[in-house]
Design a protein around this ligand. Structure first.
Ligand SMILES: [Zn+2]
Length: 124
């Protein structure tokens, strides 16, 4: 499938080390030079999908991490993109940041709804 990274199309694939040698020593990668993100499907010779408690949770974490690499790279922030601690931190905190934003926006929406009712014209 494809994903839009700041206007650039990236191919996203689920592979394993049997069909992508680069997965031999990692569980995913982002290659901005060919606009490609690969996440391990854990069906290779060194892994078995059933050996992982919740494969989809792990794959989502890997995908989020690789997407952060792509966003940083497409932003021209290559040095930041190569900082694994920074990428990991953003990938780990991103859902919490989104939840905090959602909470604030829901609160604002709720307040706006209340205020809108207060200012509605009164009809008998
Ligand atoms: Zn990384």
């Amino acid at each position: 499938m494809e994903v839009n990274i700041l206007g650039t199309r990236y191919e996203v694939k689920f592979e394993n080390e049997l069909n992508d040698i680069r997965l031999g020593d990692c569980s995913g990668y982002c290659d901005p030079s060919i606009k490609k993100i690969v996440v391990d499907d854990f069906k290779g010779k060194n892994n078995h999908p059933l050996s992982i408690g919740d494969l989809s949770v792990l794959q989502k974490k890997i995908l989020r991490h690789e997407l952060i690499h792509a966003f940083l790279s497409e932003s021209g922030l290559q040095n930041w993109s190569e900082n694994e601690d920074f990428v990991d931190w953003i990938a780990l905190q991103m859902p919490k940041i989104a939840e905090a934003e959602r909470g604030v926006l829901d609160g604002i929406w709720s307040e706006n709804q209340k205020n809108a009712k207060k200012t509605e014209p009164f009809y008998d």
